[in-house]
Design a protein around this ligand. Structure first.
Ligand code: FMN
Length: 415
């Protein structure tokens, strides 16, 4: 797994002689697992062809606001701006930097920059005298004030024949700076989580099932929080309408415990996780047989026989790679600390998140939760009633404390 795995990067290329280095930049980013979409200014096309950058990024390159005048189609700059985790402008000309400061929209790239909700990084490239001109200095200072990260140019011989500061940072340095910048903003980047969430539905026939009241809200909040901190997440979800839209989350929807078991094991095999979080409320039993289609009322059996479902979390924990942080959830009726401690042992968890249905505002169907983190008999951390999003933050803090002392390209991935 590369150091930029799962990251979406909009690469803006402008009309500098350094535009020829954009091919190398795309390769560096793609090699580290980033998904790169290139936006060129018309000026940049004088220096390097869209064909080169399109081939290397494996996506069509955009440079005009309108795609086909006769057909009336246009490039959706808003969509591009929203797609990226970052817009990287490399090389950034004095002209485009000035346009950014003024908020101009006279190139597709400038309109993407105006629409972008994500952070922006620029790598200026220009002649020494252009770079030291007060206009450029002031523009860069203003952009920095607005939160734009600047990758400083190198000093040395310039294309003009002059010598000094202004040469665009080499693509390797751009990749390195971008990676550490992401790491700072996304401290769990490079780590992978496997989460099971939601209820399972165990069919009686095509329309009837045995289930429980889990909504999947707590599991979804955890997936989103971990993804926001940079993790890639395999999210195996039983029937739930709670959305988990984030580029770092791969959602696998299932219905039954057997499907959840198979999907989670498959995900674990494909990408060994650094953390497993079993937040799903898996049905313990399923009808021993189920009927095809809708059984007429008159033909429904008077009683049903059940068989036990597999213990998904215990199974996953047994298959987990060495060093994986294993978290289970326990729902108690009343004080369940003893039961949570037993569950922790029985299922091979490092920690159990205990919530009780007798706590007001906690558990199924609520937007709030009150939990204890059961690390073992010596350590049980109790929390106040809070939103499920805030519980997810507490959980992500524990994950971060456990994983971050390790290297961000964990041993489990290189095995
Ligand atoms: C050969 C050549 C090299 C250029 N190199 C640079 C450069 O390195 N940095 C820069 O700011 N402008 C450079 N320019 C000027 C820009 O191409 C020009 O300002 C253009 O309007 C930039 O538009 P854009 O930012 O929309 O791409 C160069 C122009 C030419 C003809």
């Amino acid at each position: 797994m590369g150091s930029l795995s799962g990251r979406r990067i909009v690469l803006g290329v402008t009309g500098s002689i350094a535009a020829y280095k954009a091919a190398h930049t795309v390769r560096e980013l793609v090699k580290e697992g980033a998904d790169v979409r290139v936006v060129m200014t018309p000026g940049a096309r004088e220096f390097i062809t869209p064909l080169t950058l399109g081939t290397l990024s494996k996506h069509p390159v955009h440079s005009e606001l309108t795609e086909d005048r006769d057909a009336g189609t246009w490039t959706d700059h808003v969509e591009l701006g929203l797609w990226g985790d970052v817009v990287l402008v490399a090389p950034a000309t004095a002209h485009t930097l000035a346009g950014m400061v003024e908020g101009r929209g006279d190139s597709l790239l400038l309109t993407v920059l105006l629409s972008a909700k994500c952070p922006v990084v620029v790598a200026p490239a220009m002649d020494r005298d252009m770079f030291t001109h007060p206009a450029t200095t002031e523009n860069l200072a203003k952009l920095e004030q607005r939160g734009v990260h600047i990758i400083e140019p190198d000093s040395g011989e310039l294309a003009s024949g002059l010598s000094g500061k202004g040469r665009m940072a080499e693509p390797e340095r751009i990749r390195e700076e971008l990676t550490s910048w992401f790491k700072e903003r996304a401290p769990l980047m490079g780590f992978h989580a496997l989460i099971t969430s939601g209820p399972t539905h165990e069919p009686i026939d095509a329309v009837r099932y045995i289930g429980n009241r889990s909504t999947g809200r707590q599991g979804a909040a955890i997936a989103l929080e971990l993804a926001q901190r940079g993790m890639t997440v395999d999210f195996v979800s039983g029937p739930s309408t709670i959305p988990t839209d984030h580029p770092g989350i791969r959602r696998i929807n299932v219905q039954t415990a057997l499907e959840m078991d198979a999907a989670a094991k498959e995900a674990l095999k494909n990408t060994p996780p650094d953390v497993i979080i079993g937040a799903a409320a898996v049905a313990d039993i399923r009808p021993s047989e189920h009927f095809e289609g809708k059984t007429p009322k008159s033909e429904l059996p008077e009683s049903l026989r059940f068989v036990a479902n597999p213990d998904i979390l215990a199974g996953l924990n047994r298959l987990a790679p060495k060093g994986c942080f294993k978290i289970g959830f326990a729902l108690a009726h009343g004080d369940g600390k003893e039961a949570a401690l037993r569950k922790r042992e029985a299922k091979g968890c490092d920690m159990v998140v205990l919530n009780s249905i007798t706590d007001k505002g906690a558990g199924f169907g609520h937007t709030t939760n009150r939990v204890d983190f059961v690390h073992g008999p010596e350590r049980i951390d109790s929390f106040e009633l809070k939103t499920k999003e805030a519980v997810a933050e507490d959980l992500a803090d524990i994950v971060q404390q456990t994983l971050s002392p390790r290297e961000s390209t964990p041993a489990s991935h290189s095995e």
